[in-house]
Ligand binder design. Structure first.
Ligand SMILES: Nc1ncnc2c1ncn2[C@@H]1O[C@H](COP(=O)(O)OP(=O)(O)OP(=O)(O)O)[C@@H](O)[C@H]1O
Ligand SMILES: [Mg+2]
Length: 383
């Protein structure tokens, strides 16, 4: 999959910008605070359905303007017919999403059409960060390849929010029928079963792929491993991996501990509390990995995300690298560029020369774009 064009209007500081990407390496370069990350934010919006920087839709509208819009054109491998995705975000009113001109009901309907893997400095600490960062990695990666997952995850979140409100009502003396608790336990554990099994399957794929990349990247003998861990044990001995047993266990937890959960003010068990356990040679990476190892694992997770996406969908996603090279040594930079050879990459960097291979513009499909104060010009080769 290759993104061919992107257009922005009043999207953050991008007043009126139109870009044509090369199918190979694209380098967006310029000084700080010029709009480089805003361009990637706009592209990734179509892969994730919202900003990767945690911003709300309305934050994407240029200050003092009534709306923002963005549009991308992309080609699936082997296809000559371009697909477009567009979003309009009015300051007042509902956002409008469309695919090739046809309106979409919301992000859930859009996810999976345009697929991208994003590398950014904040992701380099995914190993030592909190469990929510690792769950989020899984949710974003799986959502791009499974429509069912998007559906169950959205349902799960909806029921969780409703049950949270119910717990608070109950804690403040409101009456709740036993049947109502049972219905929520039933709905949550049903959606949880799908979430467990998809996340576990994904972790098994990561486990193999990350170990392979890691070995190549570090020339080492150490093996990182990934295991999906649920936040409670099932009572069925020997069936620890059985997702159906796990969701039955969840049903029981949610019907038998209501007073405890009401006191805590939230649902205490379920996939929203799960984690991915990452080890290096069987030792907990959170406690024992060096900073360099942690970064290497994080980068290998991203490379693996791209590889798994290709295996599940038949084509590589687009790789978006936001300012990661400034954080990495030359060996890791070169390793990433080698591993991504032949795929489409869009990189932001203050220095165009920070991108390995960028000096070799004759036989390489490298395009340069200079970003300055929210405007972009194709800038030919790096100096
Ligand atoms: N809604 C908005 N309206 C107008 N400008 C905005 C809006 N949101 C952010 N900006 C501005 O956009 C500018 C560029 O931001 P961006 O993150 O893209 O910079 P960058 O080129 O990636 O810089 P760096 O190299 O420091 O990462 C910033 O000056 C920021 O204040
Ligand atoms: Mg930036």
């Amino acid at each position: 999959m290759k993104v061919t064009t992107a257009k922005y209007q009043c999207f953050r500081n991008l007043g009126e910008v139109s870009l044509e990407f090369s199918p190979g390496v694209n380098v967006l370069w310029g000084l700080n605070a010029q709009g480089k990350s805003n361009i990637l934010e706009g592209l990734y919006y179509f892969a994730r359905g919202r900003s990767f920087r945690g911003a709300k839709d309305r934050d994407l509208i240029m200050f003092e303007q009534p709306f923002a819009s963005a549009e991308i054109g992309f080609l699936r491998d082997g296809s000559v017919k371009e697909t477009t995705l567009s979003v309009t975000l009015p300051k007042n009113g509902r956002k409008k999403l469309a695919r090739s001109g046809a309106p979409l009901s919301g992000p859930a309907e859009m996810l999976g059409s345009f697929r991208a893997v994003l590398f950014c400095p904040a992701h380099l600490t995914i190993v030592s960060g909190g469990p929510s960062e690792r769950r989020s990695f899984l949710d974003i990666a799986i959502s791009q390849t499974s429509r069912e997952y998007i559906f169950f995850l959205a349902r799960y979140k909806k029921y969780l929010a409703e049950r949270g409100a119910l717990l608070k009502r109950y804690a403040s003396g409101g009456k709740v029928d036993a049947e109502e608790w049972e219905t929520y336990a039933w709905q949550l554990s049903g959606a949880a079963e799908k979430i467990y099994s998809e996340r576990k399957r994904y972790c098994d794929l990561l486990d193999g792929d990350v170990a392979e990349y890691f070995e190549k990247m570090t020339n080492g003998r150490e093996r990182p491993a990934f295991k999906y861990v649920s936040n409670f044990e099932t009572t069925c001995d020997g069936e620890e991996e059985d997702t159906a047993a796990r969701s039955e266990g969840l049903y029981r937890k949610l019907t038998e501990n209501i007073d405890r959960e009401a006191a805590a003010g939230s649902t205490l068990w379920g996939p929203h509390k799960d984690d991915v356990k990452i080890t290096i040679n069987d030792r907990d990476a959170r406690l024992f990995a060096s900073q360099g190892q942690e970064r290497s694992i994080a980068l290998c997770m991203k490379l693996a995300e791209g590889e798994i996406s290709r295996r599940l969908t038949g084509e590589y996603p687009v790789f978006l690298l936001d300012d990661v090279f400034s954080e990495l040594d030359e060996n890791r930079r070169r390793f990433i560029m080698n591993e991504l050879e032949g795929r489409q990459i869009i990189i932001t960097s203050c220095e165009p020369s920070a991108v390995p291979g960028s000096e070799d513009t004759l036989n390489n499909e490298v395009s340069f774009f200079e970003v300055s104060n929210g405007a972009v010009k194709s800038s030919g080769a790096a100096e």
